[in-house]
Design a protein around this ligand. Structure first.
Ligand code: ZN
Length: 294
């Protein structure tokens, strides 16, 4: 799994770099070197002045990726107040389409660049959900757990008395508190929370096609892709055509997650005892589109 991920992610990174050479977040030194390395094959002639690959870079300029940094536990489980935390930024008003208005600042910056590009081409992106705290997610989860919010028209506390079965039903579309990528501020839900909007509605279909073709240029990818067909994800949430993640930051969080958040720390909500039984970390937190891992 990790070997596949590593090679996929290198390919994805190169592809993203090639597609967006002016993107400041992709690391200009690496972009230039990668493009030069890829295009200076045998038989090609290039003016010597442009062939920068012949000059080895000094060691001091070697870093080609952001320096790995430890992501504190509180950020991994959404135990933060985004309004007073420097990692977060408010989403510009014109793009807000719901009650969640905060995101990781790098993700918000990249989103704004993407949304401006989309707008110039006739597509309107709105964020209907963004950062959610642990307590926000606890509320969503427990309302479903206790039957206050109906799931598929049913009160799950009555229709599914077995805790693991009930948790799995909720997990089709909602995360357990502490396991949501929305805790990280790196993930946004665009325009509608219905897959049918992106397949049956004309505007929705156009926006989804635009995202599929352009979002990677800005570092975004669809995390919960189809669970059917050849490229099916074997585990995790059902397909969500609306949920996109800013991979350059989210990849660090995902890598840190299993190290710092064990089952012993996934507590403080109804049904938390099912987390380990279901294997919520490998099966859901890590059950994502491999192209979203860098
Ligand atoms: Zn989402």
């Amino acid at each position: 799994m990790m070997r596949v991920t590593a090679s996929l992610s290198l390919f994805a990174l190169l592809a993203a770099c090639s597609a967006a050479p002016s993107d400041p977040n992709t690391g200009s030194a690496m972009v230039t070197a990668s493009i030069a390395g890829l295009t200076s094959g045998p038989g090609e002639t290039q003016p010597p002045a442009l062939d920068i690959t012949t000059e080895p870079a000094p060691a001091a300029e070697a870093p080609v990726e952001p320096t790995p940094s430890h992501v504190a536990f509180k950020y991994l489980i959404g135990d933060v107040d985004p309004a007073s935390d420097q990692k977060f930024a408010r989403i510009p008003e014109k793009y807000i389409g719901g009650s969640r208005v905060w995101g990781h600042k790098d993700a918000v910056d990249a989103f704004v660049r993407m949304a401006e590009d989309a707008e110039q081409n006739g597509y309107k992106l709105k964020i209907v959900s963004a950062f959610r705290s642990f307590s926000d997610q606890k509320q969503i989860w427990e309302d479903k757990w206790t039957g206050k919010t109906l799931v598929g028209g049913k009160k799950l506390n009555k229709s599914l008395p077995d805790p693991a079965a009930r948790a799995k039903k909720i997990l089709e579309f909602s995360s357990m508190p502490g396991t949501s990528r929305h805790h990280w501020g790196t993930d946004f839900d665009f325009n509608s929370l219905e897959n049918s909007y992106f397949t049956n509605n004309k505007d929705g279909r156009r926006i989804y096609d635009w995202l599929v073709n352009h979002a990677a240029n800005y570092g975004f990818c669809q995390v919960y892709t189809s669970k059917k067909g050849e490229d099916a994800r074997p585990t995790g949430y059902e397909e969500e055509k609306w949920h996109w993640s800013y991979a350059p930051v989210a990849s660090w969080y995902l890598r840190q997650y299993p190290i710092d958040v064990g089952y012993g720390r996934l507590t403080g909500f109804l049904g938390s005892e099912t987390a380990q039984q279901i294997g919520v970390i490998p099966n859901y937190v890590q059950g994502i589109n491999p192209e979203c891992v860098q």
